[in-house]
Design a protein around this ligand. Structure first.
Ligand code: NAD
Length: 298
């Protein structure tokens, strides 16, 4: 059966590396990286994510600034806050938690962030820089997937990679990163024909769909590496009234064929926040003209 790629353990080593760099920045330069997280409204899942980001930020020795705004915040108010954070020299990373309430234009808001502080990597400048192979801020979830793949495979050059899902947050930047590491990349999505056959061609299969346990053993080439980005809450099969988290991959079935696989939870999820911290450190190093941390960028 498949090797388990332990994202939880790997994320802990990434956080440890970040913490060491942060300690050195403080000792040698008197600099403390700062991350500002902006949450508008009271979406329960977003509140959990924001709390977790704040805790992990302070745990690695960085400053965390949380800005919680009411759900009826106007676009002008939100843009004014972002403008203030753009100018604030103690803030090296700015993250606006998505989704925003429907009356706010998230493209407009994200593109108001200083691209050098855009630790989510969603600003159009960063998207363009990534697409042209230039130094950028890279979206955290795909960056975490790339780190796990590099750790497991060493070189990815020449491997067939299939990314299922074409979102701006995961699928598209994931495909760009894999291209950057010289994979042959296919992006499959809801309109793809014979998607199972496409997937069976994959040495590396990335699932970023949001459909519980859609991908099973019959989609997977024997020995392939499977990275499951999906986080889906489903009714618990054995405990009535309870729920559980599953990925886009049917884990037990897939693990019987795959060479390596990430679990849900404990795979991509923890790596995503670790990469947010890594990106904040990178942004801080760049802002001060200092060398970037090794192994923590794309
Ligand atoms: P999204 O809804 O924006 O995009 C889903 C994509 O899947 C779309 O491009 C669509 O074309 C494709 N798709 C939908 N149905 C399909 C089908 N039947 N066959 C093939 N493709 C299909 O979602 P997203 O933001 O990219 O997130 C995807 C999943 O990853 C979600 O479960 C989300 O919760 C999870 N996620 C996890 C993390 C993490 O840190 N682990 C981060 C971001 C997203």
């Amino acid at each position: 059966t498949a090797t388990i790629i332990d994202g939880k353990a790997f994320a802990a080593t990434v956080r440890e590396q970040v913490a060491q760099h942060v300690a050195r920045l403080k000792a040698d330069h008197g600099i403390t990286p700062g991350l500002a997280v902006v949450l508008v409204g009271e979406d329960p899942a977003s509140q959990v994510y924001v709390r977790s980001k704040g805790t992990q930020t302070t745990e690695v020795g960085m400053n965390s600034y949380e800005h919680k705004l009411p759900a009826d915040t106007s676009e002008a108010e939100l843009l004014a806050l972002i403008e203030r954070l753009n100018r604030d020299l103690s803030v090296h990373g700015i993250l606006v938690q998505l989704p925003l309430p429907a009356h706010l234009d998230s493209d407009l808001v994200i593109n108001a962030i200083d691209p050098d502080k855009d630790v989510d990597g969603f600003h159009i400048s960063n998207v363009g820089l990534l697409g042209t192979g230039q130094k950028s801020m890279v979206p955290c979830t795909p960056l975490g997937c790339l780190m796990m793949l590099r750790e497991h495979h060493g070189s990815l050059s020449g491997l067939n990679a299939v990314v299922v899902g074409r979102s701006n947050i995961v699928g598209k930047p994931m495909a760009q990163l894999l291209l950057g590491d010289s994979c042959t990349v296919t992006i499959a999505h809801s309109r793809s024909r014979d998607i199972e056959a496409l997937c069976r061609n994959a040495d590396i299969l990335i699932a970023a769909v949001g459909r519980p346990e859609m991908i099973d053993a019959s989609w997977i080439k024997p020995g392939a590496t499977v990275i499951d980005v999906g986080i889906n809450r489903i009714p618990h099969p054995d405990q009535p009234g309870k729920s559980k988290l599953v990925g886009d991959v049917a884990y037990d079935s897939a693990a019987s064929v795959a060479g390596a696989i990430t679990p849900v939870p404990g795979g991509v999820g923890p790596m995503t926040i670790a990469c947010l911290l890594a990106n904040t450190l990178t942004a801080c190093s760049r802002a001060h003209g200092l060398p970037e941390p090794d192994g923590l960028t794309a």
